[in-house]
Write a protein that binds this ligand. Structure first.
Ligand code: SAM
Length: 266
């Protein structure tokens, strides 16, 4: 339920709907056209990236130049500027947070997280295609919504998200150390259901009680199956947010039970 952050005594990160689309860098028409043209070009010379198999999907993404990726990802980028703020609004405390962005690509979803998370937050961007990680490092990440444009702390690691999550120095992400796990355009699109179950198990472990996972369903892991897998992993379903009424996938929002806001804990 929105308005139920991990610690009731703390103020809540509220993102008013008027702020949701304010920072979007492209129009819907631009996004659709860019993606359509770029995908047609890609299909003429390389295998499809629309694959639910982590290793094969990563090998295709690793062949893209950052410019090709950004054009192909344009629709996803437009959607992320809407689903991510809607997924986190009212669900997290207003204090520096630790977030992980799964399958961060060139950092377009990470940029959205940086924009809306409170200043002082740390974001770990995990991405399996090395050329995209290099491009993500070059992007600027700023706390526009609540930090007056201050630079955000973003760390990057090239890894398959199905494997155990690690920080750039190789240290494992400690159990219960993360407030938010975000995934856009990756779990439901590029993982098989058993891979998705492993990723959700990592999320449950990494999240602190009361923490949030905002995860994309997709053709490979539709929303009903995603909710089943997440609940089996120990998460509680809270909402399914969409970028617009025609959005087929959006993000499902889950909470790890046991936060200070849980009635059972009081
Ligand atoms: C559609 S893009 C989405 C990028 C970004 N999340 C966004 O919303 O702009 C999917 C990304 O997930 C990455 N990816 C796919 N499977 C992965 C895996 N198993 N481990 C790490 N990254 C993965 C791809 O390389 C690609 O960059």
């Amino acid at each position: 339920m929105p308005g139920q952050p991990s610690a009731t005594a703390e103020p809540v990160l509220e993102i008013p709907e008027r702020l949701v689309a304010r920072y979007t860098p492209l129009s819907p028409l631009e996004a659709v056209t860019k993606q359509f043209i770029a995908e047609r070009r890609w299909q003429r010379r390389a295998p499809s990236f629309r694959i639910a198999d982590p290793e094969r999907a990563l090998s295709v993404y690793a062949r893209m130049s950052p410019e090709e990726f950004d054009a192909i990802n344009a629709r996803q980028r437009w959607a992320s500027w809407r689903t991510i703020p809607r997924a986190i609004s009212g669900r997290l405390p207003l204090r520096p947070l630790v977030a992980i962005d799964l399958g961060a690509g060139t950092g377009q979803s990470t940029e959205v997280l940086a924009c809306f998370l409170p200043p002082g937050s740390t974001i770990l961007a995990l991405e399996g295609a090395e050329p995209l990680v290099r491009a993500a490092r070059r992007r600027q990440y700023r706390h526009h919504a609540f930090g007056g444009g201050r630079p955000a702390r973003v760390l990057f690691r090239c890894q398959n998200i199905v494997d155990d999550w690690r920080w750039p120095d190789g240290a494992p992400v400690a159990p219960g150390s993360v407030d938010l796990v975000n995934a856009t355009g990756v779990i439901g699109h590029h993982l098989r259901p058993d891979d998705a179950a492993r990723v959700l198990a990592h999320a449950v472990c990494a999240l602190q009680p009361g923490g949030i996972a905002a995860v994309d369903p997709g053709p490979a892991v539709p929303a009903k199956l995603l909710v089943r897998l997440a609940e089996a992993a120990g998460l509680t379903f809270e909402a399914h947010v969409k970028s617009n009424p025609l959005d087929r996938w959006g993000q499902c929002v889950f909470r790890k039970p046991g936060g200070a806001g849980d009635a059972g804990n009081r």
